[in-house]
Write a protein that binds this ligand. Structure first.
Ligand SMILES: NC(=O)CC[C@H](N)C(=O)O
Length: 250
């Protein structure tokens, strides 16, 4: 049975669990490091990444979360979850915050501005639509949303979004100053890198279940590959054992 862990320290974890339920999958609330051992994949929800990081620190979750990602288990971060997964974040509160990391990118924590600059928009994600069917666009709910400003070569861009003209795309700016000629530039808002999926927006707040279904398929594919690798390993060990156990005739 597929058990998807949902980090349940703060933010929209209930909404993720509700979507999983609609897809017939059980979401398990994760609050302690040892609970990660019972799940095969993990969703890190949106919320407020600084608060979430403080709670994760308090519950000593960072080492196990990092281990989970490093072991190649499927992980999806939405919004604050994306910030958690990024190797580098800018626009952090004074003192910064711990990150889980693993996703080779620089994320701007509040790229699209504050709460009142939150918005909804259609986001084009052809790769996800090709797997899941339906229209090529998805409703993107952007709440104090981050954006990916730089991504490494291993990162597959699933969706980008035009930068509003009053925002700078420099990773080192506060994101508030004006810059000329940025009307045409775009920032990345959804990516995949191996076992990591990350979105700057909140699919769990829409009726469209395709992002969740995409993640579940991705998780199944990863599980199948690691099972067959495990099987291969078992076979190799078995045949070596057989070789070693060949009777020696003297
Ligand atoms: N909706 C969200 O998750 C917002 C994330 C927020 N920008 C943060 O820093 O945590």
């Amino acid at each position: 049975m597929t058990l998807v862990g949902v980090l349940a320290l703060q933010g929209s974890f209930n909404e993720h669990i509700a979507v999983l339920r609609r897809l017939g999958v059980k979401g398990v609330e994760i609050r302690k490091p040892e609970q990660l051992q019972n799940v095969t994949s993990l969703i890190i929800p949106g919320g407020e990444s600084t608060t979430m990081a403080k709670l994760a620190e308090y519950h000593n979750l960072f080492p196990s979360l990092r281990e989970f990602v490093k072991m190649g288990r499927p992980v999806w971060g939405t919004c604050a979850g994306l910030i958690f997964l990024a190797d580098k974040a800018t626009g952090q509160k004074t003192g910064g915050q711990q990150l889980v990391g693993g996703l080779d990118c620089t994320v701007h924590r509040n790229f699209f501005g504050s709460q009142i600059q939150s918005f909804e928009a259609e986001v084009l994600a052809p790769e996800v639509a090709s797997k899941e069917g339906g229209p090529e666009t998805f409703r993107g709910v952007f709440i104090r949303a981050p954006a990916i400003l730089e991504a490494g070569p291993e990162v597959q861009v699933l969706a980008d979004y035009p930068v509003p003209s009053n925002i700078s795309t420099s990773p080192y700016s506060s994101g508030e100053e004006q810059k000329e000629n940025v009307e045409q530039s775009k920032v990345i808002v959804a990516v995949r890198q191996g076992n990591i999926l990350a979105t700057a927006f909140h699919p769990e707040l829409t009726a469209d279940t395709r992002w969740h279904s995409y993640f579940l398929k991705m998780a199944n594919e990863i599980a199948e590959t690691s099972n067959s690798q495990l099987q291969l390993q078992v076979n190799i060990n078995y045949s070596q054992k057989q070789l070693n156990e060949l009777p020696i005739f003297q």
